[in-house]
Design a protein around this ligand. Structure first.
Ligand code: ADP
Ligand code: MG
Length: 225
């Protein structure tokens, strides 16, 4: 482990009775890396992301996030680490339907600092949605809704962005817009872990981790031009 390690998982197991959703997984992710997590349905991808994102705790093993052992910290500290270090993007958008795009981003600000409209607007501008700030989710396309979610995830400038099937509900054109955004984030130095079923999305990463039955089956490295 070096001082540029963002995520360090050691022998992480998540058991549900007899089933091991994760089975002694060890994985380190360096600052600035873009890692894709792939594998069949049920192989443990979401379990892994939820544990790294501090939404879930492992049965066994340790997870360091930015050097902090999140498997040992108290609930309050865990919430703080999550808010400060991690931005989460899901397949389903989880936007609040009666709030417009700008307000949805500001709700996320509320949880870590003071809501700041100019900052929320800047985040929407970054994802190309300045012109949609006052639209409700129902007035936005799927791709636009997902970009609002990405703006929301970026609002506290997280070191690590975790995305679980971020293009799973999008058509090809919208998926491409989201992937362009991830590429920009990567160029700006954000560390990315992206679960995907889409080989085109996985191919954009530098390192692809293949899970099977809760274990890392293999890793593939991609050279990006
Ligand atoms: P993936 O995201 O790769 O499809 P998951 O991480 O969601 O896989 O699930 C891995 C395995 O763990 C699956 O067999 C799933 O049924 C099981 N699992 C996930 N969450 C729970 C839970 N809360 N209770 C029991 N089993 C679970
Ligand atoms: Mg999943």
């Amino acid at each position: 482990m070096t001082d540029t390690t963002i995520v360090a998982m050691t022998e992480v197991t998540k058991a549900y009775g007899e089933l091991r959703a994760l089975d002694a997984v060890s994985l380190t992710v360096a600052a600035g890396e873009w890692v894709a997590i792939v594998g069949p349905s049920g192989s443990g991808k979401t379990t892994l992301m939820n544990i790294v994102g501090c939404l879930d705790r492992p049965t066994d093993g340790t997870v360091l996030l930015g050097g902090v052992d999140v498997t040992r910290c108290a609930a309050a500290e865990l919430t703080q680490v999550r808010r400060e270090q991690v931005g989460l993007v899901f397949q389903r958008f989880h936007l609040i339907p009666h709030l417009n795009a700008l307000e949805n981003v500001m709700v996320a600000q509320y949880y870590h600092s003071l809501p700041d409209e100019a900052e929320a607007m800047a985040a929407l501008t970054k994802v190309g949605l300045a012109g949609r700030a006052h639209h409700l989710p129902s007035q936005l396309s799927g791709g636009e809704q997902q970009r609002v979610c990405i703006a929301r995830a970026l609002i506290n400038d997280p070191a690590l962005v975790l995305a679980d099937e971020p293009t799973g509900n999008l058509d090809a054109a919208n998926a491409q817009a989201v992937m362009r955004l991830f590429r920009e984030l990567h160029e700006q130095g954000t560390t990315l872990m992206v679960v995907t079923h889409d080989p085109k999305v996985a191919a954009l990463s530098e390192r692809e981790i293949v899970l099977d039955h809760g274990r890392i089956e293999r890793e593939e490295f991609h050279v990006q031009s």
